[in-house]
Design a protein around this ligand. Structure first.
Ligand code: BEZ
Length: 226
């Protein structure tokens, strides 16, 4: 099982973009590797369609998307055309990111992406809806796991990437439902005096019945603290 902070395996695989080695493919970028149960299924089509629509937003954040399922190359290529048609894309438009071939279920097994509850006609387990966000240091920054019957929200994946990138460069944390531009929180480990120098834009503490001063906000920093 992959834990946060683990170096992601540098696996080699075939994909709709050709043979790839994960770390080389990612280079200095962030990565979102996400699995889906099967090609030519309804929820998966809507998910990959939405991810394709948002692919420019991911590129703007220096994030490479990579999909994966337990189907072969020809099925991935054929299904990509369906997804682009579902998106009402211009005929002939290329699907914008690679889909990894794992018809032998080697990777989904190695990466713990199998869903024992979801099986194909021959009784073989399918891949779950797994999301791994990988940093430029190739370490696992976030993982989310959904069952086959619940489609993901790719706007939420963009939102968490904004938080992960902000908090990678600044000693802040983002509160519930945070959006870029909202105030952020001063983490508990930073003493009051240090917080004042770290956050020249100001620290605002909310008074609480306990009298403890842990709910500290500061405007979102624009620059990278190092
Ligand atoms: C789907 O993508 O629609 C799906 C795939 C497997 C099980 C349930 C739904």
């Amino acid at each position: 099982m992959m834990l946060l902070g683990d170096v992601f395996p540098n696996f080699e695989a075939d994909s709709t973009f050709g043979r790839m080695k994960l770390h080389e493919f990612l280079g200095d970028s962030w990565g979102v590797l996400f699995s889906h149960p099967r090609d030519f299924t309804p929820v998966c089509t809507t998910e990959l369609g939405r991810a394709a629509q948002l692919s420019l937003e991911f590129s703007k954040r220096n994030v490479k998307l990579i999909a994966l399922s337990v189907n072969g190359l020809e099925e991935h290529h054929d299904w990509s055309k369906d997804i682009m048609a579902y998106n009402n894309a211009e005929p002939g438009s290329e699907f914008p990111f690679p889909i990894i071939v794992d018809d032998r279920r080697e990777l989904v097994e190695e990466l713990g992406m199998l869903d024992p509850e979801e099986k194909d006609q021959s009784g073989m387990p399918l891949s779950a809806r797994c999301v791994f966000v990988i940093g430029p240091d190739k370490k696992l920054k976030l993982s989310i796991l959904y069952p086959a019957t619940t489609g993901r929200n790719f706007d939420e994946i963009l939102r968490v990437i904004d938080s992960l990138q902000l908090t990678a460069h600044n000693r802040v944390a983002t509160p519930v439902d945070w959006r870029p531009g909202d105030s952020v929180m001063v983490p508990p480990g930073i003493p009051e005096q240090e917080a004042l120098t770290l956050f020249p834009a100001g620290v605002y503490t909310k008074d609480l019945p306990s009298g403890k001063k842990y709910l500290r906000y500061t405007p979102q920093p624009n620059t990278h603290q190092q």
